[in-house]
Structure formats: C-alpha cells, structure tokens
Design a binder for this molecule. Structure first.
Ligand code: C5P
Length: 238
C-alpha cells in the first residue's frame, strides 16, 4: 500500500476553514484525514462533507465511543450513516457490536491510549499484569477480535503483538508516531514510523509533528518517506 494511504493526519483543529485548508494543503501526501472530538464537537456532522470536498480520500471519525450498549449501537449507526470510512470505540464495549453491520464503515477498537503508561494504569486501579499497557492492550484486542472489529488502535510498540492476535487482514492503527527530532508532547508510548510498520502496523496517525511544523508540507513528506524506508535505517527514540 502506498505510504500516503497508510498515513492518517489528525485534524486536531477547531475551525472548518482551517480543517479544509490543511486538507487541501496535504491531500497529495495524505490519504486519510482524522476528525477528532475537537473538530466534530465544534463543527458538527457537516464537517465530514466539508473535509471530503476539500480533497480527503478517506475520513476517520475518531469519536472513541464508550457508553451503555444501546447508546453505543445507536451512535455507531449514526456515525456510519454519515459515510465515514473508519470509526473508533473503546475496546471494553466492543462485544455489543457483535453481529452489527456498519459496512462500509470499519470499526476500530481503542486498546490503551498512547498517552498512558504503567503508573497511569495503576492509578486507574489496574494491578499485576494488567497494569502494563501491552498486557491490557492484548486483552482488549482479543475483545475487539471476538466482536468482529476490523482493527484496533495501539502504540507502535504493541503493533507486533496486536498483529498476532488480530491476524493478517486487520487494521493496526498506531498514533503516538514521532520522527527522531520530534518531541513527545503528551504522548508516552511513542514510536518511529519504521518501528511501528516493522512491528506490523497498517496505518500511522500523526498530528502535531505535522500541524506544528515550520513547514508542514515538508514534514508530511518526511513522514511519508520514513514510511517507505527500511526500518533499521530509522533512529530509535524510545
Ligand atoms: O499530535 P499527535 O500526533 O500526538 O496526535 C495523535 C492523535 O491520535 C490525536 O488526534 C489523538 O486523539 C489520537 N489518538 C491517540 N491515542 C489513541 C487513539 C487516538 O493519540 N490511542
């Protein structure tokens, strides 16, 4: 698959004009544009059409649903009816989607947020093995698999393990992606494009390293290039 089809830009902005501007600027380098909570809450469902009209080939609606079963099912149906290509929900609840057909929208389970590490999970009450992000992510990926999700979201370091659980066809989407010169921001489990792809990721999500770059187009091209380079050539940053 071409690098631009595997690179997902996190449109973490609040304005529709700004979102359209980023999409027009980067549409040649990036195939999938991710609309997250900030943009969706500020602009509403119309933003999906606007981003598509600005040139997005595919839309990733990152709502990270987590609620009681009836609400989750109804919300997922509404999101799929908006015509998005990808939709996220937390893995803990994926079993309620068993047998539900959202096609062509593909449902991805969030395993463990890349902003969390061991001590955060301990603070949340997880103990023993499950206070380690990898072990918890494995447990949750199993739930997503059993529910028939088309993929999961995890850190680049967990991608190999997730690939073994989910199988060769699954979408393994990794945020928290950084080149060696980038800072982590609020992410804790970061990986380079090469690390994540070598481990088995199918798609990478990048936001701030492109949106806040001095030259965003060049930064997007750097990510696309790094996604084509063989993994051993890339610097290890964590
Ligand atoms: O700016 P940055 O590259 O860190 O952006 C990462 C994006 O990926 C954000 O939009 C965030 O909501 C999303 N994300 C994440 N961790 C997950 C799932 C999604 O960081 N587990």
């Amino acid at each position: 698959m071409a690098a631009e089809k595997r690179l997902i830009l996190a449109l973490d902005v609040s304005g529709s004009a700004e979102a359209a501007r980023w999409t027009r600027l980067l549409g040649g380098e990036i195939g999938v544009f991710k609309i997250g909570l900030e943009l969706f809450i500020s602009q509403g469902p119309k933003i999906i059409k606007e981003v598509r009209q600005a040139g997005a080939e595919a839309i990733f609606l990152d709502l990270k649903l987590h609620d009681i079963p009836a609400t989750m099912r109804a919300a997922a149906r509404q999101a799929a009816d908006l015509g998005v290509d990808f939709l996220t929900c937390h893995c803990e609840q994926t079993d309620i989607f068993t047998g539900m057909d959202l096609a062509p929208t593909r449902l991805l389970g969030i395993t463990v947020l890349t902003s969390l590490e061991d001590r955060d999970l301990e603070r949340q009450g997880y103990s023993g093995d499950l206070s380690r992000p990898l072990a918890l992510a494995r447990r949750r990926a199993q739930l997503a698999l059993e529910a028939g999700c088309q993929g999961i979201v995890c850190s680049g370091h967990e991608a190999g393990s997730m690939r073994r659980i989910m199988g060769p066809e699954a979408l393994i989407v990794c945020p928290g992606i950084r080149l060696s010169q980038d800072g982590p921001d609020d992410q804790k489990r970061i990986a380079t494009p090469g690390q994540a792809l070598a481990a088995g990721a199918s798609h990478l999500v990048v936001g701030r390293p492109i949106l806040r770059a001095r030259d965003p187009l060049a930064a997007a091209r750097d990510f696309a290039k790094a996604m084509q380079a063989p993994a051993p050539l890339l610097a290890t940053i964590c």
